[in-house]
Design a protein around this ligand. Structure first.
Ligand SMILES: Cc1ncc(COP(=O)(O)O)c(C=O)c1O
Length: 410
């Protein structure tokens, strides 16, 4: 049964999508380039549109829906906590926030957690925490930040200032001053940017939006060492690649390099908005009451749901399955590269995969959609797959089979 209570007098079936798209174009700010499809519900790893058509989802709400759609435990947590308490201010304590913070700390390098509402906010918080820490210990001049070209850290002013891509920055200048950019995976160039006035270096261990580029281990080790030499903090942005996406709970576990702070967001609350900054104690010690805040940050409903999501993702068996499925899917993609010269490179880990072409990847995304599979791009020439972490072998093989058909038909 369709519930049409939100769609005025319109009935489900032919034409609903057209009408919704039309109204969206009329009333919503046109800041997104959306595909012409209206999604109404989700079931497992499938999305169903307003016409009842099913799509295999390899986007996951941009790395958010790690457990797919309709996870029974997530729904139960949502139901139970929503009856008890949805929001109370940060003037008081709540059980879900304490439990989630404890769980994050017990499973990570960190000693303290700050909750906010999104990835960009988590990065903004870390900019402030880094500057606060640097000023406390080293005085007024240690305000510099270093980030990488091709990075992506979010859309608020601090985060776009850290995002080393002109298209995100140029229209909104002037940016936050004092940020130097390094060539990702170029040790010499990156180390050159770090000096005694650097408060923090921000890096994604795998650059996601920038084209699915994993850091090398030598690179992250060298950056860690340069940070230590110059008393600078190392901040990993794992908003997209943390929480099981790469087959480990935290992406940096692949590298054996620990940050001083880490940002998380996307999948943590099962599709509800959340961001988190994880801090080592020595950074946390510099933060005083009143230094930072978020009205909705760490609310009981969000944290109760996140606790369920986090426990599921942190289960070693869950992560092992992600790694096994990753080996299967990565193997299929690499085999396609051998077979089809249009594919320049295949890069990825866990359930984030980028397929590099010499030409725009958007038409391939459209071909997939015609065949009822959702994929996306990461930069102009990279096709990106971000399936729910719970996707199975059968569906992954289907995606690879359809990809072969698309490449064959070109
Ligand atoms: C690595 C990374 N950092 C930060 C963000 C921004 O997160 P949000 O959109 O939740 O602000 C994103 C979003 O794609 C991201 O991929």
């Amino acid at each position: 049964m369709h519930d049409n209570s939100q769609s005025g007098s319109f009935q489900a079936g032919e034409g609903v999508s057209r009408e919704v798209i039309q109204r969206s174009k009329e009333f919503l700010l046109q800041n997104y380039a959306r595909a012409d499809v209206v999604f109404e519900r989700g079931e497992g790893v499938y999305l169903v549109d307003a016409e009842g058509e099913r799509y295999l989802d390899c986007v996951s709400g941009l790395a958010v829906n790690a457990l797919g759609y309709g996870d029974a435990d997530v729904l139960e947590a949502l139901r139970e906590q929503s009856r008890k308490l949805i929001h109370v201010s940060n003037l008081y304590y709540t059980i879900p926030a304490a439990s989630l913070a404890e769980e994050l700390v017990r499973h990570s390098f960190a000693d303290r957690v700050f909750f906010c509402n999104s990835g960009t906010e988590a990065n903004e918080a870390c900019i402030k925490f880094a500057r606060r820490w640097a000023r406390t210990h080293f005085g007024e001049n240690k305000t510099g930040l270093v980030a990488a070209f091709s990075s992506f850290h979010g859309r608020t002013m601090g985060s776009i200032s850290l995002t080393g891509q002109e298209k995100y920055q140029a229209p909104f200048e002037p940016l936050v001053p004092g940020i130097r950019f390094a060539r990702f995976n170029d040790i010499d160039h990156t180390v050159e940017q770090i000096n005694d006035n650097t408060a923090a270096v921000f890096l994604e261990p795998v650059q996601a939006e920038g084209g699915v580029h994993p850091a090398t281990q030598e690179y992250l080790k060298a950056v860690r060492s340069a940070c230590d030499t110059h008393n600078a903090l190392l901040v990993f942005d794992e908003v997209q690649v943390g929480l099981g996406r790469t087959g480990r709970l935290f992406c940096h576990e692949h590298y054996g390099v620990e940050p001083d702070m880490l940002t998380l967001a996307k999948p943590l609350a099962g599709g509800l908005p959340i961001g988190a900054a994880l801090l080592k104690q020595h950074v946390a010690d510099a933060i005083q009451p009143g230094d930072h805040a978020a009205t909705f940050g760490g609310g009981p409903l969000i944290c109760a749901v996140a606790l369920v999501v986090f426990r599921k993702i942190a289960d070693p068996q869950f992560l092992e399955k992600v790694r096994n499925n990753s080996a299967l899917f990565g193997g299929r993609l690499r085999a396609l590269k051998e077979q089809y010269s249009a594919i320049r490179q295949v890069r990825g880990m866990g359930m984030i995969w980028g397929v590099q072409f010499d030409e725009p990847a958007a038409p391939i995304v459209a071909e997939f959609r015609k065949r009822h599979i959702l994929a996306c791009v990461a930069g102009p020439n990279v096709l990106r797959f971000l399936p729910p972490l719970v996707i199975g072998e059968e569906e992954l093989n289907h995606v690879a089979d359809v990809f072969a058909d698309i490449l064959e038909a070109r």
